[in-house]
Ligand binder design. Sequence first.
Ligand code: ARG
Ligand code: ZN
Length: 873
Amino acid sequence: MIAQDNNAVIHREDYQPPLYRITDVALNVHLDPENTEVEARLHFQRLGSEPVSVLHLDGESLELLSVLRDGQPLAENLFRSDATGLTLLNPEPEFVLETRVRIHPAANSTLSGLYFAGGQFLTQCEAEGFRRITYYLDRPDCLAKFTVTLHASRKTCPVLLANGNCIAQGDEDNDWHWARWEDPYPKPAYLFAMVAGDLAVQRDVFVTQSGRSVTLEIYVAERDLGACDQAMESLKRAMRWDEEVYGREYDLDRYMIVATDSFNMGAMENKGLNIFNSKYVLASPETATDTDYQGVESVIAHEYFHNWTGNRVTLRDWFQLSLKEGLTVFRDQEFSADMNSRGVQRIGDVRRLRAAQFPEDAGPLAHPVRPDAYSEINNFYTATVYEKGAELVRMIHTLLGREGFRRGTDLYFERHDGHAVTIEDFVEAMEEANHYDLSRFRRWYSQAGTPQVKAEGSYDPKSRSYTLTLQQSTPATTGQASKEPVPVPVRLALLNTQGEKAVLDKTGATEKVILLEQASQSWTFEDLPDPVIPSLLRGFSAPVRLDITLDDQARSFLACVDDDPFNRWESAQELALKTLLAGVKNHQGLEVLPAALKQALSATLKQSQMDPAFRAELLTLPSEDYIGEQMPVIAVEAIHQARETLLDKIGAHFHDEWLGLYQDLAGAYDRDGASIGRRRLRNMALSYLIHSDHSRHEDMTLHARQQYVQADNMTDRLAAFQLLVQHPKHDAEDILLDFYQKWQDYPLVIDKWFAIQAMAPRLDTLRHVQHLLVHPVFDWKVPNRVRAVLGAFTMNPTLFHAADGSGYAFFAEQIRRLDDINPQTAARLATPLSRWQRYDKVRQQGMMHALQLLAAKTNLSRDLAEVIQRSYP
Ligand code: ARG
Ligand code: ZN
């Protein structure tokens, strides 16, 4: 009975508005790691005119101490409390409820609600953590004004923070003190936050476009104060960008960010008081790679942008999650594109989409961007809701143009500021501001699965015209057998044999967006004197799989001349992919480098004027996962072999070029884009040099050892470290030890140390990973650490998918253990097991067995139960 309740499925169609509103919340929190007491004073007002017989307040893991209504103890026949909350019977139309509960922050390893970790009190309330702090209408459409008073020991918690403004503070007996915070903006409980601990602060000031001064504060451990500059600078750039691009100004006098090592996700946009995984705050050249720096910039921006897209305008219910996440990811991607290289940014975004979202959309966990049902909402913070959601917003942007899109967001903010709304409201604002019909476009939000677009084109010299035919279809997904066509914006250009873009119409346009709306449509382009090669889906203008037959020569041509960076990269990838798939087929790998691929690589190697970061992208081979994605049955070992062989061949064939690049690109450490690109390309050259070594028998690892020792920054040091540790034949014990000793006091660096070992494609890795789990600094309670070992292991295809099933069995054992500690993280880590259909029979059995092992666990969490249940056919 309880188990059934626990796994109850919630449907979008069943949405009911709340029966009551809560106008004001006053919390009094006495912080103690073992036993914290929370007093809540809630002012309720009935919303309808009908009497209400039952009002349920959510509550979880709360020990009820007392409950008063309008100052009097509430009679026992007027309420009930159980594991799901507090039920009020026949409540008055208006009343003040006062509850007192006891909770246990130090024992809370779920990291949801109030928890005590690393000597600090922290909260995480999205999605449903507030109910673990006090009884409440814990739903995003219930907006209230909060006043929060924190009480704690002054010695252990000199800093006391909550949302909004600090309005009073003072001392108490026994060395305790208190602080009262007031947030003037009504908000849903998921945006509530409080923090208490011994924290140092870096301050700055931002002057908004209207001339208001905002105090910016980043709270970290004292010794991390030197590592906050990237976060602070990124925050100021994001604030300026949102003013310039969207006309959105910050609305409080203070913006606070707190960093913690104990966090389930990336970061959280609590009003005025963001709480961050320290991975996305701390960065110094010695400890953070260039990629880490970029991660800080984009997550800081993401959480800041939520202040308007998420907080000022919030969600009606959790099915609308992509309303804030898709839109905010789109905004942070565009911000990063404006701050860095647009082309390289787009390639990275699409790479992530294809690595995480496409497989999700093709497997049993597939769901629409706006899901229809869930049992545990935390399982829906997915690549589909975030990344595909961002792609949908991007398509609207493409269809309406930059100015049209801005008209749409202006209307959206004007209409819905201060309200809890739906995806439908957003789409309507876009339509109405532009008199543009998005009725069919809405299918993108309700249909799961990645559409496939097949393109066929031919040039007719007689009529001097090019005809392009596009066909679309979307494969069936669980619960959605048949699919309708969706509008697919296809940005295109036609390149003549000189590589020039042909004029496409009377306006003289050489690039345009055509809209594929039907299952099949054709377009004819006239007045073309020469044959043309199509450059389709430029900038990846829609999240589809494009199937176009182009011969090697055409691909190689596009890889050398296409002026759309994304498509140029895509052509290079396609050439490499074709070679790799051929290598997988004949198992021996390939004999020689195909001419077209060689030509494309050689052209890129010669382009010394080109942005080195983009050059590095062009020279990167598709990942093993991506290769597997293209095959009906993922041939784990053959893929690994084929890719290694191709790396060896490219390394050996261009050995002198790689060596030249490696030497020429050396330079002093700097943080500008050009230096970042240079390091990226140089480290890629080093990796190819190590590969060339197999055939040349020279010890290229010497270069790596030298670089490891001499590097003055983490990007170069880690690149060398990884090459040495993951080399199948190299013994790197000394380097492993050295790295550990150098960085043992830096948890984020030690996470890298763990992850690189867990990802090594070496025969002894499983045994090694077993040792890592009992290493003195391995900690089951710290998600970053757990992900660094178990998450990294799932990204090690030959080991995780070992044919004897050892990887799966080991993994399932660990997830079982983790589920009792942190169900959210356990459920998320377990999702690779859902892809069992993609493997051969033997592996399928191993994966099913692992799922069964988990299903049989006692006290299985709702989080993990839902993932397992949906993974079955
Ligand atoms: N809203 C946060 C973000 O912007 C994600 C928080 C999700 N946390 C969770 N436990 N589900 O990405
Ligand atoms: Zn977000």
